[in-house]
Write a new protein. Structure first.
Length: 291
């Protein structure tokens, strides 16, 4: 069964899917080990971790595909990839979709911002026309062929143009063939409920950014409202930044981390990253050479 087929089965279940955002292979492996059924890449996190830059459209398509491809290969659970705007027009979107299927991705997110885009919870976003993005969605469907790649259409219209325009665009993107709808950055529980009421039979994404524009409500609450997917895109990035800063501050101030109690034991990390398995493989081949 392909990654896309696995994701589609999960979407068909009644339960909400809780998906942490990751930006590297280590984070993805943690997500899988903890029992999450799906992981998703965060463009915000990949830009910060690979470039040291904000989510302001600095990442190229090549950089994004390279990062998400490595992450997809490091885990066995389905991976959804944030593919920003598709990096151009309908032809660029078709190229992105073909690459995504070759990399074994389960789904991709395509948003209707102008390029260069911004994080969905930043100010100053601008969107392309509804017709242009609907065309990108149709192009994505054509390019995926008979693969099961899940196409998630995202609209960022709530910020610059209002919720009603976001609804109008959401309907157009679903009519164009998108599998899942992602209305970015609703600003209250009432707006979340309005989204679910407007799209009662559509799998919906809620994007929970700690400190962002959308209320930080729980996955069970989102399920009760009517959402199918709860993304937590930058939770891991924010947690890592907090702990790493505290650790390095202690090292700078005291010259030691001996009293820092938030480090994983080195032996435990070796187990997690697979050292015993690779050591065994290495020894088996060395014994075969000696024989």
């Amino acid at each position: 069964m392909s990654a896309g087929q696995k994701l589609r089965q999960l979407i068909e279940r009644p339960e909400i899917i809780v998906i942490p955002g990751v930006y590297d292979c280590l984070g993805a492996k943690i997500v899988e080990q903890l029992g999450f059924e799906v992981a998703a890449t965060s463009g915000f996190g990949i830009a910060a971790s690979t470039l040291g830059l904000p989510d302001y459209g600095f990442l190229t398509a090549t950089e994004m595909l390279y990062s998400v491809g490595r992450i997809a290969q490091s885990i066995t659970i389905p991976l959804i990839a944030d593919m920003d705007t598709g990096y151009g027009n309908v032809l660029n979107v078709m190229r992105i979709v073909k690459d995504a299927t070759q990399l074994g991705l389960a789904g991709i997110i395509l948003e209707d911002q102008e390029w260069p885009k911004k994080c969905g919870h930043f100010e100053g976003k601008r969107v392309i026309s509804m017709a242009e993005h609907a065309g990108k969605i149709r192009a994505a469907l054509k390019a995926r062929g008979d693969s099961s790649l899940v196409i998630i259409a995202r609209t960022d219209a709530r910020g610059p143009l209002g919720l009603d325009e976001a609804f109008r665009r959401g309907k157009a993107y679903i009519e164009a063939g998108a599998d899942v709808l992602f209305v970015e950055a609703p600003q209250s529980v009432e707006e979340l409920r309005a989204i679910a009421k407007t799209f009662p039979n559509v799998p919906l994404v809620a994007n929970i950014v700690e400190g962002g524009k959308t209320p930080e409500i729980s996955a069970p609450e989102l399920q009760e409202i009517g959402f199918k997917i709860a993304f937590f895109p930058v939770t891991g990035l924010l947690a890592t930044t907090q702990v790493m800063t505290a650790c390095f501050r202690q090292l700078k101030e005291h010259g030691t981390t001996a009293d820092f109690n938030q480090l994983v034991n080195f032996k435990d990390f070796q187990e997690f990253i697979g050292i015993p398995k690779y050591r065994q493989i290495e020894q088996e081949f060395m014994r075969a050479e000696e024989a």
